[in-house]
Each structure stands twice: as C-alpha cells, then as structure tokens.
Design a protein around this ligand. Structure first.
Ligand code: UDP
Length: 353
C-alpha cells in the first residue's frame, strides 16, 4: 500500500517524524513524502529533518510566502500532478496549514482516499485561517484520526459519519516521548530560571497594537524573571515593521530552535507563554503550566483541568497571571492525549479501512 504524506510547516515535520517512521517500519507500506516548501528557512525546516531523522522528501514544491488562496492553489496544482503520477492508495495530511488544505484538495480532485491526522479540532474562531483549513479538510476526508474525545464530539455535531472517525490520541505525545532522551541544550546561554515564550499567530503578530501590547507584557515580565523567546520569522518581520528595538536587555530573543532544543527549553523553563497550538500540549507533556496568548483554544481539556489558561492580549492580565503561576507548584497527571502510540493506531486505521 502506498501512502503519500504531505508536510510543509514546522509542526508537520514533528508529526511526520513519528508517523512516517512508523509507516517505514511497517511491512507492505510505502511512504512518498511531499514537502510543499511552506516553511523554508533552515532552522524552520532542514534542521528538523536532520535532528529527527526524517528522510529527504521525494518531492519539494518550493511554494511559500504567498497570500493564502494563491499559495493553496499553487501547491494544489503541483500536488495533483504528483498524485496522478504516484497513484497512492492514501494521501495523508496533518493539522491545519495551507499545505494541509492543498494536499487534501489534491487528493479529492484525483479521487484518492484522504486521511486527516489531527482532525476534528475547532477553535470556533472563524477569523482564523487555520480554522477554515481544518474544517474544509475534515469535510472531504475519508479517515479522520482525532486526538481527543472533544474532537470526536465536534465532528459528530457537524454531522460527520463517525464510521470514518478513529480516536488515535495525539501524535505530538508520541514525538515528546520518542525524542525526550535526545533533548539538548541550545548553544545560547540559557538562564537557570526562565519563562519560555513563543509567538506567531497572525491574530497576534499582524495587528501592530496587539503586538505592541504583547511585547510590553513580556518586557514587564522580564523585570522579575528572564523571558526566552525563540523568534518565529513572521514575528521577526512584524517586529521589524513596527521598529521594535531588539537590543532590549530584558528579553532574550533567540533564533528558532530545533525540536530537540525546544524539548530542553520546555523541560527546564518555569512557565510557558504561547499562542502555538503544539506548544500548549508540549507544556503539559513537560508538566509546565501554560498561559495561552489567545482568546480561545482547540485544546480545551487543558483549560478544563487548570493546566492552561487563556489570557488574550491585555498586559495587566498577562503580567499578573504570570506572576501568580510562577509561584504555583506543578500538579499534573498524564492521562490526556492518548498513550503515546497514536502513530501505530493511525497506520492500523489506514491498513483496515
Ligand atoms: N518548535 C520548535 N522550535 C521553536 C518553536 C517551536 O521546534 O523555536 C516546535 C514546537 O516544539 C512544536 C512545533 O514547533 O513541536 C509547533 O510549531 P508552531 O508553534 O510553529 O505551530 P502550531 O503548533 O501553532 O501549529
């Protein structure tokens, strides 16, 4: 059986590192890997292939830095040609990026079965591009591999045939377990006690007022605890546009790190502040409280249990809550997001359907 996997953005490299490895180890399965090129900086792409042992893609499309519709269109056109040539049994897509939607539409156009990994998640924020991408992808998928009961319920409410839905758990939990022993310290000096922050969602970076409010929050936090901020290229560009002074002594801006360095930072930080989807869960895997710089999240079970708090953009809320959470002893259980064998369940589902 031939599976054509579509990746293109950083979180998809992490997910594919466990799923493609499982496909490669399964007798009778062949994996064709397509990298759309959506993330292309060496430390947002190549580094992940090197560190996580993800093999070189069979196809590299080189499509990036375009508006949403144009990007999806260009990726889709190239992928239709590849799907026609390879005639896989399945196209497999991950998450909610433009690469996800393009791969899904290419499979649909070619009449090839589509598997969506990380299906069923909803933020219910219709302004988010990611929300559009995931809903469109779910609607045309033949197999929906979902990480949580809440995701099953979301799909049920939308009228999706539950015969197509498999609760696999979350592949990022697999990745966190598999790569934990390889975690390594970044080459930069990292303080003993620090807050780890990642920031890249369009709703936070593309509105200068919101971005300035968030940077003010981080600067105020850095007055009582160092803040380490691996800077996403989009955020860096937007900070350049507002002429943000990077030479501030308070915030530790570092280049984006590889996944193994990120695991180290997650394991050693005092607290996580993020607007990332993946990092919210990884904070939980590392038993760190997470304050989410958004008004909603897809990972609602973390909030329900008090591991994650939604803070939005207001600097008073962010600074006060950070101060309070730094004092809280971590009390965590490990029962969310499956048993760390989501990749195995995804492959079983592909073989059975
Ligand atoms: N990540 C990383 N280096 C960084 C920042 C994030 O390896 O400097 C990893 C992070 O650990 C997670 C993934 O990238 O596995 C999340 O990607 P991102 O936040 O870009 O996307 P999202 O999860 O929000 O879709």
């Amino acid at each position: 059986m031939k599976i054509l996997s579509v990746i293109g953005a950083r979180p998809q490299f992490v997910k594919a590192a466990v799923v493609s490895a499982k496909i490669a180890r399964t007798p009778g399965l062949e994996d064709v890997l397509v990298h759309t090129g959506q993330h292309f900086d060496a430390n947002m792409s190549q580094l992940f292939f090197e560190e996580m042992g993800l093999r070189k893609p069979d196809y590299y499309l080189g499509v990036h830095s375009l508006p949403h519709e144009a990007m999806v269109q260009q990726m889709q056109e190239q992928m239709v040609e590849i799907v026609e040539k390879e005639r896989p049994d399945w196209v497999l897509v991950y998450g909610d990026t433009d690469s996800t939607l393009a791969g899904a539409r290419a499979a649909h156009a070619c009449g090839v079965k589509l598997c969506h990994v990380e299906a069923g998640l909803r933020s219910f924020n219709t302004q988010m591009q990611e929300e559009f991408n995931r809903i469109q992808t779910d609607r045309i998928s033949d197999l929906l591999c979902v990480p949580t009961e809440v995701a099953v319920e979301n799909l049920r409410r939308e009228g999706v045939d539950l015969c197509k839905v498999v609760l696999t758990g979350d592949v990022m939990k697999d990745a966190a377990y598999v790569f934990a022993p390889l975690a390594r310290k970044p080459q930069t000096d990292i303080p003993d006690k620090f807050v780890l922050c990642t920031l890249h969602r369009a709703e936070n970076t593309d509105n200068p007022d919101v971005l300035k409010e968030l940077m003010l929050s981080l600067e105020l936090i850095a007055e009582f605890v160092p803040v380490v901020l691996p800077l996403h290229p989009r955020t860096k560009n937007k900070l350049n546009e507002i002429a943000y002074p990077f030479d501030t002594s308070r915030l530790m801006f570092i280049d984006p790190v590889g996944y193994l360095e990120m695991l180290y930072l997650l394991n050693h930080c005092a607290l996580v502040l993020t607007d990332s989807g993946g990092v919210q869960k990884e904070a939980y895997f590392a038993h760190k409280y997470c304050l989410t710089l958004r008004k909603e999240t897809e990972w609602v079970e973390l909030c329900a249990r008090g591991y994650n708090h939604l803070l939005g953009h207001n600097h008073v809320d962010i600074v006060t809550t950070t101060r309070n959470f730094l004092e809280m002893p971590p009390v965590f259980s490990d029962d969310l997001y499956g048993d760390g064998h989501a990749a195995r369940k995804i492959v079983q589902a592909l073989l059975q359907l």
